[in-house]
Write a protein that binds this ligand. Structure first.
Ligand SMILES: Cc1cc2nc3c(=O)[nH]c(=O)nc-3n(C[C@H](O)[C@H](O)[C@H](O)COP(=O)(O)OP(=O)(O)OC[C@H]3O[C@@H](n4cnc5c(N)ncnc54)[C@H](O)[C@@H]3O)c2cc1C
Length: 329
């Protein structure tokens, strides 16, 4: 690991200033939440900051506040605290379940919500120092290489999948992200936060080098709302989704008023399924309709040589999750 200076930020303004100062002096800076992803990348020298700005010392950034308008969740809340928070579990089950499904208890105890959303891809070419798009190169080695876990939607020129479990849940909940940077604060829809490789192959989101993801705002759940997160793994624990589905349904008795359906593990960004959402609106969710929805879900899938198995997995997770939610009173 390269030697680096460590700075504990007092507040968000100081965190941004510390990053700005480092950049002015020609140094690289990284923000750290729990450090569970960043430190691993630093040990491999995939990322090599001169200054590490810790956000853990910013007071109050791990709080959850509720109001009539919804909920505000500080970016520094740990995944463990988020998954156990009674109001999150009661009103936004999809988010609590997604946080609870991340990795292991140890990682959930240190990993933060913001760090989970901003974690870097887990593509083996990127993590092993290949000169791919993510490492500043001009190639995606997965295209002709080992692409078992890569994207079936939205790929090209890079085929990474977005690794976060909480990100699809936040997009499904129509959350907004509060970003603090050199020019102040801004709110961005979760769906607009993530960027496709065709727009910027080196980055996964819109954050600038001096921007901090401060908190997440979730609108109040409408009456009749039900939500859940289903994740399929290639082993029982410790790993990212091969395919996942975050589904939020607004129900009127047994009729679906509206749906938000977002897949994880299959695209470089949380992958929303607007055509499936339109198909379900105003309908009773029967086994036939759920099967049709699962066909529509994969209509745009473009698998690589070794990951076509994700298509039936995606169909299965969409169909099963819809039927389970529709049957849940
Ligand atoms: C064995 C293993 C299994 C895993 N399995 C899963 C899994 O199943 N599902 C899943 O979702 N994840 C999984 N992960 C990833 C894990 O969840 C992340 O390491 C963790 O959530 C990152 O949180 P952190 O606070 O430690 O982030 P950090 O390591 O501190 O930061 C991660 C990245 O985000 C940036 N960052 C952090 N906070 C901010 C902020 N507030 N503003 C702007 N940028 C910020 C950092 O600069 C860094 O690039 C796994 C990790 C391991 C090691």
């Amino acid at each position: 690991m390269k030697a680096f200076a460590h700075a504990n930020a007092r507040d968000l303004k100081q965190a941004v200033t510390l990053a700005e100062q480092a950049h002015r002096e020609g140094q690289a800076a990284s923000f750290a939440g729990g450090g569970s992803d960043l430190l691993a990348l630093m040990k491999e020298r995939t990322v090599a900051p001169d200054v590490l700005v810790s956000l853990k010392t910013v007071k109050g950034l791990d709080r959850v506040t509720t109001s009539a308008g919804g909920m505000d969740i500080g970016g520094l809340i740990t995944l463990d605290a988020l998954s156990k928070h009674p109001t999150v579990r009661g009103r936004y089950a999809v988010l609590a379940e997604a946080a609870d499904g991340v990795a292991t208890p140890q990682i959930r105890n240190v990993g933060t919500l913001a760090g989970n959303v901003c974690q870097r891809p887990w593509c083996w070419y990127f993590r092993n120092g290949f000169p791919c798009f993510k490492n500043g190169g001009r190639t995606c080695f997965s295209v002709t290489g080992e692409n078992q876990f890569h994207a079936i939607f939205g790929g090209g020129p890079s085929y990474i999948v977005h690794p976060s479990d909480t990100a699809p849940a936040l997009v499904a909940l129509d959350a907004k992200f509060r970003i603090v940077g050199p020019s102040g604060e801004r709110l961005v829809q979760a769906a607009d936060f993530f960027v496709l490789p065709r727009d910027n192959a080196a980055r996964e989101n819109i954050l600038g080098p001096e921007d901090v993801l401060a908190s997440v705002q979730i609108p109040a759940a409408r009456p009749g709302t039900r939500s859940t997160y289903h994740k399929i793994l290639d082993r029982e624990a410790w790993t990212h989704a091969v395919v996942s589905a975050a589904i939020v349904l607004e129900m009127d008795r047994d009729e679906c008023r509206s749906a938000r359906i977002v897949l994880g593990g299959v695209a470089p960004i949380p992958w929303r399924l607007p055509e499936v959402e339109r198909l379900l609106a105003g309908q009773r969710i029967t086994p036939d309709l759920a099967a049709k929805a699962s066909d529509v879900a994969v209509a745009d899938a473009r698998p690589l040589e070794k990951n076509a198995y994700k298509i039936p997995l995606t169909k299965g997770v969409v169909r099963r999750t819809l039927l389970e939610l529709a049957g849940r009173a």
